[in-house]
Every structure is written in structure tokens, then in C-alpha cells.
Design a protein around this ligand. Structure first.
Ligand code: GTP
Ligand code: MG
Length: 206
């Protein structure tokens, strides 16, 4: 039988930088790839006896892979989160800040809900207050970043949500290290809130 452990999970669209952030913030060293779809299954990395970091495959379409692949991965993620939500004090939703607006607009024009909006809503439905890491900010300038943050807040209808949702949105660069201490602190705060502060020290800049 699986021994009980607490999980911190990283979730988001393919290629958003989930595995890269895990690399930066923990002792786990998951596979990072240039192409979307590098992480192919849910992988739990033990950081301590009762504490694991979980790298989740990209949520959404991957060019060159059949839609059955996308559906199977989504089903796996849904089951995993539903079964384990009570042991997940922190859920980090990673977003590629460089492509958020373009990708979302493209889908919205086709009448499809943007993936990051759908995913955030799904996490809220499971009663998470997601920590949102808008990643890859080294690839965009300040004004584009401000637009992207505002765009995301509008996507999730932030004015209808509690202030903690707003306070849990952060802009980072896994590549350059920008704002990673702040992301580390947000995750640690969630561990404290769940009274598992003994694991805080495993979330650290490596
Ligand atoms: N410029 C830039 N590139 C980044 C950043 N974070 C990640 N990348 C790059 O983005 C690509 C995807 O990174 P991964 O960490 O594998 O992304 P992922 O979300 O785990 O991707 P999947 O497992 O395919 O869903 C790699 O080429 C990374 O080097 C960042 O902050 N800035
Ligand atoms: Mg990955």
C-alpha cells in the first residue's frame, strides 16, 4: 500500500516550464525538454519521508500526438487530483507568459475556452487556491508582462474571487531565476497553513 505523503504539485499547459521550476526549487531533477510533451506521466519525487513534489504532464493539445493521448493524460490528471486533493497543500499552476494571450485569443476566436482559464477554474472547483506562476518573463518586456498579468486576471474573473487568489499570482523566470524566492515563499506559506512546516526546507533554490 502507498504510504501517506503530502504533495506539492506543478500543473499547466505543455512546455510552460513546470519541470524547470521543480528543478530550480527542489532537489528533484525531472526531465526538461525544448518540445512540449517532455513529461509523459505523473511523476512523484520523494523529497522527504512523507513529502513529495509531483511533476504533471502538460494539460492540453500537443502537436504531433493523437487527441487520445491528450484525453488519456487529462483523465489521469483528473483522477490524481480528485483522489489526492486532501494531501496537496500547494498546487502551482505554471503558465507561459510569453504565449498566454496569443494562444488564448486563438482558442477564444474558435469559441473554445482558453486552456489556462479552464484549468484554473477546474482547480478552483476542487477548492484549491492555485499559486499561479506566470513563467518565462525573460522573454517579454515590462509592458507586455503587465498586459499579460491583467489579461490572466480578466480570464479568471479575479474581481469575483477572494483576495488570496490575487495574492497568489506571481511572475517568474525559471531560466533567469527572477522572483523564484517569492515563489518559494508562497509555497512555504501554504505548507505552514497546512501545518506541515517541517517540509518547508525542501522547497529551496537549488
Ligand atoms: N526563456 C525561458 N525558457 C524557459 C523558462 N522556463 C522553461 N523554459 C524552457 O521551456 C522549455 C520547456 O520547459 P519544461 O520545464 O520542460 O516545461 P514543462 O512545462 O515541464 O513541459 P512538458 O513536460 O512538456 O509539459 C525548455 O526548453 C525550457 O528550457 C523560462 O523561464 N524562460
Ligand atoms: Mg515537464
Amino acid at each position: 500500500m502507498h504510504e501517506f505523503a503530502w504533495y506539492v504539485v506543478f500543473i499547466g499547459r505543455p512546455n510552460a516550464g513546470k519541470s524547470s521550476l521543480i528543478h530550480r526549487l527542489t532537489a528533484a531533477k525531472p526531465v526538461i525538454g525544448k518540445k512540449p510533451g517532455s513529461t509523459r506521466k505523473i511523476i512523484e519525487y520523494p523529497l522527504a519521508k512523507k513529502f513529495r513534489i509531483v511533476d504533471i504532464p502538460g494539460w492540453g493539445k500537443i502537436h504531433g500526438r493523437p487527441s487520445t493521448y491528450e484525453e488519456r493524460i487529462k483523465d489521469e490528471i483528473l483522477v490524481f487530483l480528485e483522489e489526492n486533493k486532501f494531501r496537496i497543500p500547494a498546487c502551482v499552476h505554471v503558465i507561459d507568459a510569453k504565449s498566454l494571450i496569443d494562444v488564448s485569443e486563438r482558442l477564444a476566436k474558435k469559441g473554445i475556452i482558453p486552456i489556462d482559464q479552464e484549468l484554473y477554474q477546474f482547480l478552483c472547483d476542487l477548492h484549491f487556491i492555485p499559486i499561479v506562476a506566470l513563467n518565462k518573463i525573460d522573454k517579454i518586456d515590462k509592458s507586455a508582462l503587465a498586459c499579460t498579468v491583467a489579461y490572466f486576471k480578466e480570464l479568471i474573473d479575479i474581481s469575483t474571487l477572494s483576495p488570496e487568489h490575487d495574492a497568489s499570482i506571481i511572475t517568474v523566470s525559471a531560466r533567469k531565476g527572477d522572483n523564484l524566492p517569492a515563489l518559494r515563499d508562497l509555497i512555504r506559506k501554504r505548507l505552514r497553513a497546512a501545518s506541515v512546516e517541517e517540509f518547508e526546507r525542501y522547497i529551496k533554490l537549488s
